[in-house]
Write a protein that binds this ligand. Sequence first.
Ligand SMILES: [Zn+2]
Length: 270
Amino acid sequence: MVLILKRDYIFVWNIKTIIMRTILNSIGITTTIFMTSIFIPATVFGQQSKEGTVEIERSRILVEDVLSEEEQAALTPLDVFNSLAAGNERFVSSDLTARDHSMQIRESAEAQYPKAIVLSCVDSRVPVEDVFDKGIGDIFVARVAGNFVNDDILGSMEFATKIAGAKLILVLGHENCGAIHAAIDGAELGHITKMLVNIKPAVDISTKSSGPKSSKNRLLVHEVSENNVRINMEKIVKESLILRTMVEDGEIAIKGAVYDMDTGVVNFIK
Ligand SMILES: [Zn+2]
């Protein structure tokens, strides 16, 4: 057994197959089909075997497929939305696409043509690319605690769409967000105090939930999370002439969603 550690992946070639390939190569027979199985960490697929790995066919690994300029240009905002929604369905059903990131890095080294920009919270439990089953070169991700818009984020969004051609902006909140909790409770500490000012408007307009005005009130936390997404979706078109014009011209769309950490489901806001 030969083990080659390569970033996230552990490639395992059966020694018998390597010998077979060598023999066949020596008599001029192509042996691509003899590439043996590749094992990748079981956590990627949510399955667990005795060795902590799952076995998948070599042909199922996405090796060099990185979005091209032509492919990006042919996409509509709706195509991109559907692609994200379908990717989340695969994530939820533990059917993530296996990718060889090392090869994808090399393929996308010269240029990038991502299809969307996602504004997410920094929360470590929200692995954005995985949540939408996307790989290298597929999406831009802007992250700030509480997923709110400011000048820097707007500049990043303008770059992602106007310059780099992305067709969709997604503001992605999540359940059980620490920044939302802190904003509700009026936490004060260092730069966090100033940062939470950005989330306060969502707290102020969240009056539908019964119960205490506290982060222990799950209904209130959910309401604030959704309102925070809505407020920032509106802020994007209100504060950026470039993005507003692109929306009006149908070049891009702006969507909002809240990620449910219990289920992995991204609930898009209507
Ligand atoms: Zn958060």
